[in-house]
Every structure is written in structure tokens, then in C-alpha cells.
Design a protein around this ligand. Structure first.
Ligand code: HMG
Ligand code: MG
Length: 308
């Protein structure tokens, strides 16, 4: 057995958290109607995805693309066993998410002070205080809370970000009660050794089961970076079908790594995701046709090419 094979047991489960309805569509230039968003979510669930971030309840002045998330939640045809979650920046967003029927919520902090100000208009410390009341409200309602840390491998405003700053925010989010913290390479600048350095710093605060990897693919490093994290034992990955998306407050950043590309790699390594790759690729082509935009998944493109 090669050293790499040693690290993975056959059919080991990897949990994929699908980002496209939120992280993907929040940055689309065209207005995407709620029924298309719900259609995307239903197709993703039918392809076997069990964790889908279906929208966000943020200020519509800041992110107009997500203004109709309540309508999207209403139009989803819920599949049993699927968790439909929502991103919330404050108590107002939390109340809206619960009213809309979100199963789970996610809060989002940054490891870079400058990004925190640009993205949520407050300091990191103020954001943690804001999230404290969200987490208390969530605990009261028995709603699970996921956390994100943005700019863990670099910031569009500040540049370098230290591993200890990332680990600090991870610790704070866990203290607030997040069951899992997703480590975001918001602008997709990380490379594998640096990724391992940051993840190891986070693993000083918690276990592999409570960390997730959220890598945007701007510089084409995301799959290599995921492999670096998988080697450390992390088994939860955020991804976006067709590589949709980007962050409006991180100019030039492309979407998350494409879900199809992640699934292809994992299945090729003998790992299990519970996802039907063919159905996922169909969904990828469907949403790109709806949005009239090119597909950024190499697997979707390769499969379309091989059918000609
Ligand atoms: P603010 O302007 O400082 O907020 O924004 P405020 O409390 O002063 O309120 C201003 C107005 O917004 C008020 O309305 C509020 O009612 C309203 P007015 O009285 O002026 O008419 N408002 C809201 N409306 C609806 N829902 C709400 C809400 N909250 C306030 N929840 C705020 C602060 C946090 C609200 C704003 O900055 C915001 O919404 N930011 C969201 C930014 C965002 O969504 N960014 C993208 C997602 S993060 C991301 O993509 C990264 C991630 O993928 C991980 C990674 O890649 O690293 C997660
Ligand atoms: Mg993101």
C-alpha cells in the first residue's frame, strides 16, 4: 500500500455540505427567481446531498440575491433526512430563518479584521458578541448552529492571516456552541502545506470531526488543498455544484470547489459520499443552462465532452 492509501479506509464516509444555493447564487449578476433556486435545491437533494445551505437571511441591501430566501424555503419539496440550513448574521436573520423553516443555521466570522468590517460591518469581537445572542436563541429552540471562519488562508484587504488568529476564532465559535466550524479559504489563495499548517492550528482547539473545509477555487488549488486536509483526518467538505459562486466582499474570488469534482476524487479514492455523480452532473448542466453561464466543473465538462 502507498503512504496515501494507508490514510483512508475503504468506503469511509465523507460528508459534503452543498453551498451552491447560498454561496453560489449570492454572487450571480442576474436575478435568479425563487422557483429556480428551489428547483436547484430539490435536484441536489435528489442526487443524494443530505446537507444543503439553502439561502441566507442577511440584509437585502447588502446581498440582494438572497432577499427571497423565505420564498425559496417555502418552495422546496423537502426530502426526509435532508438538512436545509441558512446563513444568519444576527438575531433578526435568525428569527427570519426559523420562521422560514430552516433546520439549522450558520453564523460567519472572519479571521481578518478588515474582512469582518467589509462583510458584516463590525469587528471580529463585536461579531462574536452578536453571535452569542443568536446561539442562545438557537439553543432555546434546539436548533443546531454551524460556524464559518473566513479568510483563513489570506484576506483580500489585509493579505497574510496568521494561523493563531484563525485558531482564536475557531475557539470562540466552539465556545458559543457551534457543533462544527468550517475553515474558509474565501479567496482561494491557499496551497497544501499552508492549509495543513492552518488546520493543525485549528486541531489544537478541537477534533477532526468538528472541522470542515470550505475552499474557493480561485487559483485552482482547492482539490489539492482538500487532499491535504483529508490526510489530517478531516471528513467534512463544503462544495458548490458547477463551482458556482464567490463572495461579493472578496473581489475576484471565484466559487467554491465544484461538488462534482470533489465527489469524483473521493469516489476514486474509495471513499463514500452517498451522492449519485451522474445525477449531480445533470443538475450542474441544468443550473448552468438556467443561469446562462459557463460550467466551472472539470468533471461536468469532461462528461459532457465524452457524450458527444
Ligand atoms: P448593518 O447595516 O451594520 O446592520 O449590516 P444594522 O443592524 O445597522 O441594520 C441596517 C438595516 O439592515 C436595518 O434596516 C435592519 O433592519 C436591516 P433599516 O432599518 O435601515 O431599514 N437588517 C436586516 N434585514 C434583513 N435581515 C437581517 C438584517 N439585519 C439587519 N438579518 C449586517 C450588518 C450583518 C446585517 C450586514 O452587513 C449583512 O447583512 N451582511 C451580510 C454579508 C453577507 O451575506 N456576505 C456573504 C456571506 S459570507 C461568505 O460568503 C463567506 C462564507 O462563504 C465563508 C467563506 O467563504 O469564507 C460563509
Ligand atoms: Mg464561501
Amino acid at each position: 500500500m502507498s503512504p496515501l492509501e494507508h490514510r483512508f479506509s475503504d468506503r469511509e464516509q465523507v460528508s459534503i455540505v452543498e453551498m451552491s444555493p447560498r454561496d453560489g447564487l449570492q454572487n450571480e449578476p442576474m436575478t435568479v427567481p425563487a422557483d429556480i433556486k428551489a428547483g436547484l435545491i430539490d435536484r441536489l437533494a435528489a442526487s443524494g446531498l443530505q446537507r444543503i445551505e439553502a439561502g441566507s437571511f442577511v440584509s437585502s441591501r447588502w446581498i440582494p440575491q438572497m432577499a427571497d430566501s423565505d420564498s425559496v424555503f417555502k418552495q422546496i419539496t423537502r426530502l426526509p433526512g435532508v438538512i436545509y440550513s441558512a446563513l444568519t448574521p444576527n438575531l433578526q436573520g435568525f428569527e427570519r430563518a426559523i420562521h422560514a423553516g430552516a433546520d439549522e443555521i450558520a453564523i460567519f466570522a472572519a479571521a481578518s479584521e478588515a474582512f469582518s468590517q467589509k462583510n458584516i460591518n463590525c469587528s471580529i469581537k463585536q461579531s462574536i458578541e452578536r453571535f452569542r445572542e443568536v446561539c442562545e436563541a438557537a439553543r432555546f429552540r434546539r436548533i443546531r448552529v454551524r460556524g464559518y471562519v473566513s479568510c483563513t488562508l489570506g484576506c483580500p484587504y489585509q493579505g497574510e492571516v496568521s494561523s493563531s488568529d484563525v485558531a482564536f476564532v475557531v475557539r470562540e465559535l466552539l465556545k458559543l456552541g457551534c457543533y462544527e466550524v468550517s475553515i474558509g479559504d474565501t479567496i482561494g489563495v491557499g496551497t497544501p502545506v499552508k492549509v495543513q499548517k492552518v488546520l493543525k492550528a485549528c486541531l489544537q482547539e478541537t477534533t477532526t470531526e468538528r472541522l470542515a473545509m470550505h475552499f474557493h477555487d480561485t487559483y485552482g488549488q482547492a482539490l489539492a488543498n482538500l487532499l491535504a486536509g483529508l490526510e489530517l483526518g478531516i471528513r467534512t467538505i463544503d462544495a458548490s455544484v458547477a463551482g458556482l459562486g464567490g463572495c461579493p466582499y472578496a473581489k475576484g474570488a471565484s466559487g467554491n470547489v465544484a461538488t462534482e469534482d470533489v465527489v469524483y476524487m473521493l469516489h476514486g479514492m474509495g471513499l463514500d459520499t452517498g451522492i449519485d455523480l451522474d445525477r449531480l452532473v445533470d443538475t450542474s448542466h441544468w443550473i448552468c443552462a438556467q443561469l446562462r453561464r459557463p460550467n466551472h466543473s472539470r468533471v461536468a465538462l469532461a462528461q459532457a465532452g465524452s457524450e458527444k
